[in-house]
Design a protein around this ligand. Sequence first.
Ligand code: FE2
Length: 351
Amino acid sequence: MTSEMISLFTKELALCKVGPGQTVAVLTEDGQRQDYATAFLAAAQTLGAAAFQVNVTRTTAGGGLERAVGATSLAGNRPAIEALKSADIVIDLMFLLFSKEQIEITDSGTRMLLVVEPFGVLSELLPTEDLRRRVEAAEARLEAAREMRITSPAGTDVVYRLGAYPVMTEYGYTDQPGRWDHWPSGMLLTQGADDGVDGTVVLNVGDIVFPLKRYIVDPVRLTIEKGMVTGIEGRGIDAEILIDYIESYRDPRAYAISHIGWGLNERAQWRRLAVSGDPAEIGMHGRAFYGNVLFSMGPNVELGGKNDTLCHLDLPLKGASLYLDGEPIVEGGRIVPADMAVAGARPRTAA
Ligand code: FE2
């Protein structure tokens, strides 16, 4: 832990409106990221808040980022869960995402911030109020929309029927009761109706495959019918890898279409995977970069659905276009609406 870390975490907690009268709980597993935990506790104290740490032993069900989705080392640990619910905000350093425990804690009114990226990434992508403003402007448009269409010069043309699932924002901090966020981020997402996604997605050169952390080099054509991928075609290595990876889960629900949204973080880098050799990075640069269309396959429990397949692919599309009820939102990788675009950037107008 360094003074630089405490200083950065103090700025982050201030954005989360942590101050006198607030209680901060820091959650760790097997003492991992203890430098973050100690610095968050010190930062909370700097801001005049009460703070404590809950450290749980890793159980067979647990395992941080590598665990089975939905199973955590917090499961069944009533006193720890109750302690976390008693706080105003939980800093999650163990990765509770997609778990029942996370839902119980946030349902109680405790807000939650996930922090697992390396310090350099946190520092580069410290959120801003401007990012929140633009993500919330996008949220209002997405909530009002009935249909999303995504196209690209490579051949993508897919339509999502909206309205069945809520819209979720991520701008990297949280100051509202019960609200979850992830530092860093800068995106929003929703999901099409379970049987309401049809068309074609072409993963093109330069699009990214998470969690495999690969750029597509040989285009892959996905055929989508009633919310399921029914065909994966491509002459190169990428189609083979995708099919092999998905098939390894032996779960037909892995072919379901998952969340959909777009990135608004102008400081997140598309090129990141090519220039950073840090295996600890989980890829928030690649998921949140400005103007990407974040297409995804697999589970939908995050937004209230019933598909809890363990196979989850996040596939940021570079240079695609996205329309809400016919209105251009992203065009060729540029954000069009002025209230969503970075000030000073020239949004492209429809041709
Ligand atoms: Fe995802």
